[in-house]
Design a protein around this ligand. Structure first.
Ligand SMILES: NC(=O)c1ccc[n+]([C@@H]2O[C@H](COP(=O)([O-])OP(=O)(O)OC[C@H]3O[C@@H](n4cnc5c(N)ncnc54)[C@H](OP(=O)(O)O)[C@@H]3O)[C@@H](O)[C@H]2O)c1
Length: 238
């Protein structure tokens, strides 16, 4: 896809991977709709970009996917790309894990991704084109002790994305999963030093590394789809 003047919607755009994707797609000449809960961070980011519209809110709100689509159409007249990226990572031992936080994670990492995806894809089917990218994880391809609930959310994204790819064959609409290994973002802010030591034992990518992968996937010619891109630090032992 030639990205110049195309319109992308990015969830989880206020920090980390989503913010880096916004900056990368902006430099490719795209117009952006940005969402997350932190209005101030989004406004600051949007002010540094060429053409970006902010709609702040919890992506778990069932009404927000349609509002985001409407914002793209009202502001820019089209929507070409959706980056379904917002997510959290809650892990822990059976005895310790906060079950309510786990269920909140499922609503964010899975339910809100499904809602945003179906809303976007129904629109893409009316236009006959479009590209949906879901942020998965290496944790969507392999499990680890104490990571089971998070693994489940990302395995769901992998399965969903692959089934959508087959359902969409022949429509002109593309869907892909980006599966990062460890990336240095705020995802681990609430973790203990011991927990962080495990995930960062092989170093960490920067959010810009994942943004570069997203751009590479998007910029392939129409006849070529990369269904999944796994990108890990060279020394990641997992
Ligand atoms: N960092 C890694 O090592 C890594 C590895 C593999 C996959 N991932 C995946 O990458 C994605 C982005 O994470 P990140 O690493 O960039 O972490 P991050 O810096 O913490 O970013 C998470 C983003 O999601 C938004 N968000 C969180 N809860 C939300 C909610 N309820 N409603 C709306 N937005 C919400 C946050 O914004 P607000 O707080 O402003 O709402 C923020 O913009 C996630 O899906 C994560 O699972 C990360």
């Amino acid at each position: 896809m030639d990205l110049q003047n195309k319109v992308a919607l990015i969830t989880g755009a206020s920090s980390g991977i989503g913010k880096a994707i916004a900056q990368s797609l902006d430099s490719a000449g795209m117009k952006l709709v940005l969402t997350a809960r932190s209005q101030g961070k989004l406004d600051e980011l949007a002010a540094s970009l060429q053409q970006a519209k902010v709609l702040a809110g919890a992506i778990t709100d069932p009404d927000i996917p349609q509002k985001l689509l409407d914002t793209a159409l009202d502001t820019f007249g089209q929507l070409d790309v959706v980056i379904n990226n917002a997510g959290v990572m809650t892990v822990g031992a059976i005895e310790d894990v906060d079950i309510e936080a786990i269920c909140d994670m499922v609503r964010l990492n899975v339910e809100s991704v499904y809602r945003m995806a179906y809303t976007a894809l129904r629109h893409f089917k009316t236009t006959g084109s479009g590209f949906l990218i879901n942020t998965s994880s290496i944790a969507g391809l392999k499990t680890a002790p104490q990571y089971g609930a998070y693994n489940g959310t990302k395995y769901a994204i992998e399965a969903f994305t692959d089934a959508l790819r087959m359902e969409l064959a022949g429509t002109g609409i593309k869907v892909s999963a980006i599966a990062p290994g460890t990336v240095a973002t705020g995802l681990y802010d609430h973790w203990s030093q011991e927990e962080k030591a495990y995930v960062t034992s092989g170093g960490a990518l920067q959010p810009e590394d994942i943004a570069r992968c997203v751009r590479f996937v998007l910029e392939q010619p129409d006849h070529l789809l990369i269904p999944r891109m796994l990108a890990v630090p060279i020394n990641q032992p997992v």
